[in-house]
Design a protein around this ligand. Structure first.
Ligand code: ZN
Length: 439
């Protein structure tokens, strides 16, 4: 304990005594390490420097680690973390080579992540040696995955282990990549059809003035936003992912912690995720590959507090929770139905070098349109089978079909929308008879 206190005291001593205002750099208004987004080589593009150990070399607004940067700041405040600490990257290199792909060098194809984020140690080795504090924004590793649903499918005989992608034990062999957001602001502005200065001002104002450089440093065009990133789960022969002639299955999934992890049955998120993974495994078994892109965009990127408020508003409204009023309730609470902005989502698919998707597991038109608009073709859209939809999630499902989401089934009429009701809190759904007692 005494030793810990000594470290903390030492760490605290190393904290700066004067305030460094990143908004007004010493003696100049231009970064010494310019970034040329979309340049032909990593060297010409330049490293993204968001670390705070050397303020003069910073060329990005914000800091690394997304929302976790706040915890790191707390760790420095408490003395647990040395403010001068630099990561030791020995043996951290990716387990799989990804890229480079042609989309990496098109400034319009990728605007929300750093395509070289996983290659820092190799492409910027000279700069690292020269003392530049460059940090990875992407990490790639290998893992085995165990899902009860897939183990059940093996027992039922609907999925067959192959010893390569899916083991006898039910374990799935995967590669996964964690990606932090790195926003090239001129590209983001263009995607949304808004003036760059307008975007910068609004981002500044509506984060409570969190990043003054948004309005004071026009020379800094890269923002490391304090938001969640995306995790890729990759199945099968990864070298085939960019090959348009080899089958590829993709599911783009936006986080829903309540369903994905805890099995809450008001929505179809976990069933969709499981169905997406199953489809990826099947395609991988046929010699192709599968991609699950898991975005941290909880509750349509409105957050869980808004989401739970909406659940209550849905259940308590006059006439109960009906498919007819499904979307309206979210808008009443949040002022908007959805802020996931799928416009930025295809970046991660371009990072993988994808040009064609044979099977796209989703009923969302927003996701489909964004992918196709970005220049990736989709052969076939796939929705989950009806028997995978939990009873209370019929409200969401019917509302989505009526609102124009993709379905190869029937579109519900207004009578059905009114009669598709969710469970009330007092009701208990007994999964064994599959009926919803309020109906
Ligand atoms: Zn959900």
């Amino acid at each position: 304990m005494a030793e810990e206190n000594a470290t903390a005291t030492e760490n605290k001593k190393r904290r700066r005594r004067h305030i460094v205002l990143t908004s007004h750099p010493s003696g100049r208004n231009k970064t010494s390490v310019p970034i040329q987004w979309g340049a032909k080589t990593a060297q010409a593009r330049g490293p993204i420097i968001g670390s705070t150990t050397d303020p003069d070399k910073r060329n990005a607004i914000g800091t690394h680690s997304g929302s976790y940067s706040i915890y790191l700041a707390l760790a420095i405040a408490s003395g647990a973390l040395d403010p001068e600490h630099r990561p030791d990257l020995t043996n951290t290199r990716p387990t799989t080579i990804i890229g480079p792909h042609q989309q990496w060098f098109n400034p319009k194809s990728i605007v929300s992540l750093d395509p070289f984020g996983h290659q820092i140690a190799e492409v910027f080795s000279e700069e690292l040696k020269a003392g530049y504090d460059i940090r990875p924004s992407i990490a790639i590793t290998k893992a085995q995955m165990q899902l009860p649903e897939l183990q059940f499918a093996i027992k039922e005989g609907t999925l067959k282990p192959d010893g390569k992608v899916l083991l006898e034990s039910g374990d799935i062999i995967i590669t996964k990549a964690a990606i932090e957001p790195v926003w090239y602001l001129p590209g983001i502005a263009e995607r949304f059809g808004v003036e760059l200065s307008e975007l910068r001002r609004i981002l500044f104002e509506h984060t409570g003035g969190m990043f003054p450089e948004l309005v004071t440093r026009p020379d800094l065009n890269v923002l490391l936003p304090p938001i969640g990133g995306v995790t890729l789960y990759l199945f099968g022969d990864l070298e085939t992912i960019p090959d348009p002639t080899v089958p590829l299955t993709v599911r783009v999934h936006d986080e829903c912690n309540g369903s994905d992890v805890f099995g809450s049955d008001i929505c179809t998120c976990r069933p969709y995720l499981v169905y997406g993974i199953t489809s990826c495994v099947e395609t991988a078994q046929k010699g192709g590959a599968g991609v699950i892109a898991y975005f941290r965009k909880e509750g349509r990127a409105l957050g869980e507090v808004t989401k739970f408020l909406v659940y209550n508003a849905r259940k308590r409204q006059e006439g109960g929770d009906t498919a007819k009023n499904y979307f309206e309730r979210t808008e009443c609470v949040a002022g908007v139905q959805d802020v996931r902005f799928q416009e930025l989502m295809p970046d991660v698919l371009h990072w993988l070098g994808i040009t064609r998707i044979q099977e796209f597991v989703s009923m969302s038109n927003m996701k489909y349109d964004a992918v196709v608009r970005s220049g990736i073709s989709i052969d076939k859209r796939v929705t989950i089978p009806d028997d995978m939809i939990p009873p209370d999630a019929q409200v969401e499902m019917q509302a989505k079909k009526a609102a124009g989401y993709f379905t190869d089934g029937r579109i519900p009429d207004s009578v059905e929308l009114r009669s598709t009701r969710g469970r009330h809190w007092e009701d208990k759904t007994d999964k064994t008879n599959k009926t919803n007692k309020t109906e």
